[in-house]
Design a protein around this ligand. Sequence first.
Ligand SMILES: O=C(O)CCC(=O)C(=O)O
Ligand SMILES: [Fe+2]
Length: 391
Amino acid sequence: MVDIMNNKAGTDMKNDGIASANISALHCIDLSSPDIHTSVTLLKQACLDSGFFYVVNHGISQEFMGEVFAQSKKLFDLPLEEKMKLLRNEKHRGYTPSLDEHLDPDNQINGDYKEGYYIGVEIPEDDPESQRPFYGSNVWPTAGTLPGWKETMEKYHQEALEVNKAVSRLIALALDLDVDFFDRPEFLGRPIATLRLLHYEGKLSDPSNGIFGAGAHSDYGLITLLATDDVSGLQICKDKDAKPQIWEYVPPLRGIMSSPAVSNKDSMPFVNNVKVKSKSSTNAFVVNLGDMLERWSNGIFRSTLHRVLGNGQERFSIAYFVEPSHDCLVECLPTCQSKVNPPRQVIYSYMWHKTKLSFGILQSNARPTCSSVTKTLMLIEILTNEILGNW
Ligand SMILES: O=C(O)CCC(=O)C(=O)O
Ligand SMILES: [Fe+2]
């Protein structure tokens, strides 16, 4: 029996053609399990250990995921001049070309070797809400160019949001909050939820020379739901302060495992006693915690540094970034403070975005870099201090 959880040190990915790295032993949450207690325990441990975990049996069919990836590929297969007609607008919706984003400028010589496509929550232009950062209308390829594309992506946007909500309910329980804590209208009732299709062109990464598929970063929102194809590349660094940093692969978790470490085709992988149900069962999502949840939980749950190394093969992934509404006051959760861990920061989700926008971070990069995040957080503290006067 292959047990990815116990598949720790000693396993490497040498046949990826890049520097060998261990495979990370991540927890796996079965969203269909009636045993909520076990799911919450596993999830809590995952959030404390690494801020990364797999989610299986999430309810989105394999067939539909195949359609979403096929449509994504069709878009990226368009000639560059066609894609440039869909270039991202001022609301950061639409196409972002290769090297446009620079997630880790301190360690990258060029930008990320990936192209992307942003799809947010659609709010019509005549709705005053559309004036707020990250709300607005999407950019769509015409039905003539890509039939059914818009419909597929809109459906995935909705279905993936439900998976995120299911995960956020387990997170609420893991933080000793009411199960529906994050479901409130001002939180995930009106979320800032952004789908991002990604295509890595197949450039071989060379970390020592600053070449990455995606540079090291942590996501800045609440949680991110990531779907990937069978090509490995995602790595995490559980301790961002360690020197040297230790990077571990997070391989795609499938009904049939694709990585050499877990390729015993005769047996289905067990992950922390969760059986990935059958060869036709849905592929796992990778979920990771963002900087906002780290703040909200007063540093108890941590966001984790991650990056993507290209192994020379083309790779597709789909990230879904979820944050609460602009009106959400991200103040220390009641269950995350004590005498030894007093509340640290108060941030308006709205301020979070406004500050990023006003500092132009989003003008050069679709999302802020790690170092930008740090600078931004410092700034938010100053601004919030001025506005709320509670320091
Ligand atoms: O493509 C991946 O596997 C990760 C992408 C990612 O980390 C991001 O877009 O924030
Ligand atoms: Fe990320």
